[in-house]
Ligand binder design. Structure first.
Ligand code: HEC
Length: 176
């Protein structure tokens, strides 16, 4: 198993030589064991879909799976058809920001009833800041505007429907 000893070794040297080979042998076995362990750990992580980064990353709320959104504090925090029932606001990204900053003085329904462009919403915010003591929204303002623009934009009128020629009642224009 071991390569042949060099010639002319005395008993002690022979022992040392053998021991050295055994050391190398165990080192190799130990490395293979460590490697197998690492592979096993990776395998377990893959098998159970564990993401190691999840341990130190902040959990992101997944707004698309509304039914699994957990932090429901009271019964009024129900979400139905994507609408947060008690405030009447769309439950989506930045909802918490809007709830925190926009429902202190009036109901969220006042917001949900209104439609405006981003600029329009910004003007309303400026108006409330100038006359109603609404505070400075700072870096939260763009996010709040994102939310308002996304959900409470003016309804699009779209194209007029195509004319169904067969259905039109034609008449002769009488110019006189
Ligand atoms: C400091 C109190 C306060 C806060 C906070 C506040 N508002 Fe208002 N808002 C008012 C008052 C007061 C009115 C006028 C209510 C009325 O006319 O009955 C108003 C009116 C409105 C209106 C109706 C405007 C109209 O033309 O009818 C909308 C829409 C609105 N707010 C949206 C928001 C949004 C969006 C936020 C969050 C960025 C917000 N409000 C935060 C005080 C506030």
């Amino acid at each position: 198993m071991l390569p042949p000893f060099p010639e002319n070794l005395d008993k002690d040297q022979e022992k040392q030589y053998t021991a050295a080979w055994w050391n190398i042998f165990f080192l190799v076995i130990g490395s293979i064991k460590a490697l197998l362990l690492v592979i096993c750990v990776i395998f377990v992580f893959l098998l159970f879909d564990i993401q190691p980064t999840a341990f130190w990353k902040k959990k992101e709320i997944n707004y698309t799976t509304k039914s699994t959104y957990v932090p429901i504090v009271d019964a009024d925090d129900r979400i139905e058809n994507g609408i947060h029932v008690s405030s009447g606001l769309k439950f989506d990204e930045n909802f918490e920001l809007v709830r925190a900053n926009c429902t202190a003085c009036h109901s969220g329904k006042l917001i949900a009833q209104n439609r405006a462009t981003r600029e329009g919403w910004q003007q309303m915010i400026r108006w409330m800041q100038a006359t109603q003591n609404l505070w400075d929204l700072g870096s939260k303002e763009p996010k709040i505007l994102d939310y308002l623009e996304k959900h409470y934009a003016p309804q699009e009128v779209g194209r007029r429907a195509t004319i169904d020629v067969a259905e039109v009642e034609w008449y002769i224009l009488n110019i006189e």
